[in-house]
Design a protein around this ligand. Sequence first.
Ligand code: NDP
Length: 297
Amino acid sequence: MAQAKIIDGRAIAARLREGVAAAAAGLSERHGIVPGLAAIIVGDDPASQIYVRNKARACGAVGLASFEHVLPAGASEADVLAVVHALDVDERVDGVLVQLPLPVHIDARKIVAAIDPAKDVDGFHPFNIGRLWGGETTLVPCTPQGCMIMLRATLPSLAGAEAVVLGRSHIVGRPLAALLIAADCTVTLVHSKSRKIPAICRRADILIAATGEPAMVKADWIKSGATVIDVGTNRIVAPDGVRLVGDVDFAAAREIAGAITPVPGGAGPMTIACLLQNTVLAACRRRGLADPPQFAA
Ligand code: NDP
């Protein structure tokens, strides 16, 4: 059988960012609006700082404003809540995100629940989670949204497909299950207590791995011709240095799957592009403007 088609997340994300840039330019010309994204980081975790700096750069490249609020690791819950409340009422800010994880003395759920749902560009607020499961229009979590865009770019139709999602986290697996249900897939969510995982995976027309277990999904777990999305982003120490690998044994899986995302270059670039898109959507929706035509499903 021929090798799987590579789903090029970088190229799809680049097209999405072009759409965001065009939508942002339209908002600026017609309404004088520059959508703004604010990020809150607590502590000095270098990875979080790099991530937030990359977001600021990505905003600038598509004509969005970005704001960064760095609090010391010892900041109290009240300190963080005060910043969230200030951003909730700041008219320049359309999207508020809190870089997770937060230090253990801060209740992340409380902080996320304080974000104005209209500015919740991560889609983690309980109000937006409820709307997502209700199949209503909402701000959708970025990584799952990126997966859906890649699936739609790959498959002519998702309706009736058997979809298996490995992982049930609040940021990836669960929202993805809601989106796949809304797309008329038949969905199975697998987690660490699931039994017969390889057999469940072999049923999948669409297999999405988000466990954080390097190369967990083997070639013989994959149905011939299936579409495989690998969300996993795992740093491993290999003889040739530190490498980024997914949750799927890519080289072997490529011989069986019909289409597959690489790591890096698949889900990762899509996530940030979807965050930019959500910021523009939030800017429009909270002012009662229609969604930009560039984002039509
Ligand atoms: P979490 O650790 O929050 O969740 C992992 C999930 O996988 C849990 O539901 C867990 O089950 C399940 N799981 C773990 N090991 C197994 C196993 N051996 N068998 C079956 N299920 C298992 O991870 P995240 O969802 O945050 O992230 C998952 C991966 O995706 C990571 O590699 C992360 O780096 C990556 N990621 C990538 C993003 C991107 O932008 N590309 C964004 C977000 C995440 P249980 O619930 O029972 O514990």
